[in-house]
Design a protein around this ligand. Structure first.
Ligand code: PXP
Length: 238
């Protein structure tokens, strides 16, 4: 399983003082040296953490791959087409949320998402849709030509008790298998951490995970190198 690191929270810390440190671009370059497979950032419409300068510098400097999370809105689509990340992941955005709270509903916004995918494809950018592990959403994603889905793992991460955890993991497993059968690439993320990755990594159909908070939080205590290398080791377990 590949592991891409989301560095949004480094920008959150930087912006807390309105200064230049810690710099998310420098952090991303260091993370690449320790072996992450890609860098993920979310350029929000409200620019609460990552800004356009970060995205453009990352594009110029990183040597793995850039996954740009974004809402399907004109302003950000134009920036994406100009910056040319390897992958864009379409996510829902609400101003008041603490973080991305749910997947997008492809079914409820199908016209806009279809057009957005077409615009990004015209710029030769692959598109992933961040969705719940729901068969109808996956079918809709395939129908409108998404290249990947990213399965929202929040329910799995929040599950309490053996039975709940098993059920949520099963939902993800079934969704991943279904998506693979339709020819979609399968990524996953949200709330994955050092404990819940141990069982998660057994889902062979998942190509890549996108993890931010847990790794950055651990880096505060054990250092960046150890936090990243521990997560890489977990994602490589079978
Ligand atoms: N994937 C997507 C689409 C997200 O929006 C987020 C949160 O920014 C993540 C993955 C990473 O979640 P976490 O920070 O909980 O690891």
């Amino acid at each position: 399983m590949r592991f891409c690191l989301n560095v949004d929270h480094i920008a959150t810390l930087r912006n807390a003082r309105g200064e230049t440190q810690p710099d998310p671009v420098t952090f991303a370059l260091i993370a690449e040296q320790y072996g992450v497979d890609g860098i993920v950032v979310h350029l929000r419409e409200d620019r609460r953490h990552i800004n356009e300068r970060d995205v453009r510098l990352l594009r110029e400097l990183i040597t793995t791959k850039l996954d740009l999370e974004m809402a399907a809105v004109d302003e950000i689509i134009k920036i994406a087409c100009d910056v040319q990340p390897e992958l864009t992941t379409l996510v829902p955005e609400r101003r008041q949320e603490l973080t991305t709270e749910g997947g997008i509903s492809v079914l409820d916004d199908i016209k806009n998402i279809r057009t957005t995918i077409q615009r990004l494809h015209d710029a030769e950018i692959s598109v992933s849709l961040f969705i719940e592990p729901d068969i109808n959403q996956i079918d809709a994603a395939a129908e409108i030509n998404a290249d990947f889905i990213e399965i929202h793992t929040g329910h799995y991460a929040n599950a309490i008790g053996e039975e709940d955890i098993f059920d949520e993991l099963e939902r993800v497993r079934i969704a991943a298998k279904h998506a693979k059968k339709l020819g979609l690439g399968v990524n996953a993320g949200h709330g994955l951490n050092y404990n819940n990755m141990k069982e998660f990594v057994a889902i062979a159909e998942i190509d890549e995970v996108s993890i931010g908070h847990a790794v950055l939080a651990r880096a505060v205590f054990v250092g960046v190198e150890q936090a990243i290398k521990e997560m890489i080791a977990l994602t490589r377990m079978k």
